[in-house]
Design a protein around this ligand. Structure first.
Ligand SMILES: Cc1ncc(COP(=O)(O)O)c(C=O)c1O
Length: 401
């Protein structure tokens, strides 16, 4: 027991010195989330389906978390269905819609979606569905009119992400949703992958005309393996997981109570000071851009400069350098970043998102994403800028050898 205590202390000391700027991959669980999760693990460990009082307590915690998640997006608690995360929520929204239609039809999405959307659409295409991926402008923005132009009478679903996970571009989901509503009762369903914007930016599913919306806990200081799909009342979505009938019979399996309670707690934490945190991050983003540009004037920012971008994501290409080499040089200085989306960061492939902006393969291979969280400090930003300057100098010296 002694040795595990020592290694815990060592890890804590190390993490205190880290500049963690890979928060779009995952965030560090909030201390209040950890407390809530621990209480479930140690004390409130009942199964919400059990009839005794431990079950009743678990059911109350489940209801409370559902209310907290619903409150973040102006939904009814009964419209929130817990899942294992954003990937499952996206898969359920899209594959569940495909199953509900029973015959192959058409779906519309964009070229900059997360792999949990794009790879499923590829699969549906192989199964006979027609898929239209609408392109984006040089800053990653999709034109709502291009979406509308792609919609036909055969379109079953339009799926557009809210905040792009690599470059932070915000899509005008409200405008798209409202235009789709204008098509009347036979309109396609509207799905939004809101994993990167949820909790950090305001979302109103009613005002936006959204039918399905995906969320994930570990991107907002919850723990991994929990998320949710909002399903608007009246939308009939086929389940993908069958069994004991949990989640109103639509998503079976004993609920991941630690993950769900942590998710609810993370929502509560964000709802207290979201605007203050996000305006702080917007000023950090400016500071980072100015600092990186003065350290390396050839750095190319991807995505919008200020308007229409999520304050917590900032993505640059460093022409002439490999993204992976920069990442490891930064890591040696205790600064942690990403070369692209979490799911593709183990492959040295050019980022398809940067390519979709019309950039070259070399630029796409030289890109680094800095992503912040509610824990990020001004000192983190200054240390990151300094580390970028030192790393590029070091890599240039290596190249000349
Ligand atoms: C935009 C987006 N959608 C979906 C996901 C998948 O979420 P999860 O990791 O909870 O499966 C991610 C995770 O990186 C994401 O960034």
């Amino acid at each position: 027991m002694q040795s595990s205590g020592v290694s815990y202390v060592a890890r804590t000391a190390e993490s205190a010195n880290l500049v963690y700027l890979d928060n779009s991959s995952t965030t560090r669980p909030d201390p209040q989330v950890i407390r809530a999760v621990n209480t479930v693990l140690e004390h409130d460990f009942g199964n919400p389906s059990s009839l005794h009082r431990l079950g009743a307590k678990a059911e109350r915690l489940l209801d409370e978390s559902r209310e907290r998640v619903a409150g973040m997006i102006n939904a009814e608690p009964s419209e929130i269905y817990f899942t294992s995360g954003g990937t499952e929520a996206n898969n359920w929204a899209i594959a569940g819609t495909a199953a509900s239609f029973g015959k192959e039809r058409h779906m519309v999405s964009t070229t900059v979606e997360h792999p949990s959307v794009i790879s499923l659409l590829d699969h549906l295409h192989e199964e006979g569905w027609e898929i239209t991926l609408v392109g984006v402008d040089g800053e990653g923005r999709v034109d709502p009119q291009d979406i509308m132009d792609a919609v036909t009478e055969e379109t079953a679903l339009v799926s557009v992400m809210f905040v792009q996970n690599e470059i932070g571009t915000i899509q005008d989901c409200r405008e798209i949703g409202r235009r789709l509503l204008g098509l009347g009762p036979r309109r396609p369903r509207f799905h939004v992958d809101a994993v990167q914007g949820f909790a950090r930016l305001p979302i109103d599913v009613k005002d936006w005309g959204v039918d399905l919306l995906s969320m994930s806990a570990h991107k907002i200081h919850g723990i991994k393996g929990a998320g949710a799909l909002y399903i608007r009342k009246g939308v009939r979505l086929k389940p993908l997981v069958f069994g004991g009938g949990q989640e109103s019979g639509l998503r079976s399996g004993t609920e991941n109570m630690p993950g769900i309670v942590g998710f609810g707690e993370a929502c509560r934490v964000w709802s207290e000071d979201r605007e203050e945190v996000m305006s702080r991050l917007a000023s950090f983003r400016k500071r980072l851009i100015t600092g990186i540009k003065s350290a390396f004037p050839d750095a190319v920012l991807h995505g919008p400069l200020e308007e229409g971008v999520a304050p917590h994501i900032c993505h640059f290409s460093f022409p002439g350098f490999k993204g992976e080499s920069i990442l490891h040089a930064l890591e040696a200085r205790n600064v942690f970043v990403s070369t692209g989306s979490a799911c593709s960061s183990h492959k040295a492939k050019p980022s398809p998102v940067v390519m979709a902006l019309g950039r070259s393969e070399a630029e796409a291979l030289s890109s680094i994403r800095f992503s912040m969280s509610r824990n990020t400090t001004e000192e983190d930003i200054d240390r990151a800028i300094e580390a970028v300057a030192e790393s590029l100098k070091e890599l240039s010296a290596w190249r000349k050898k």
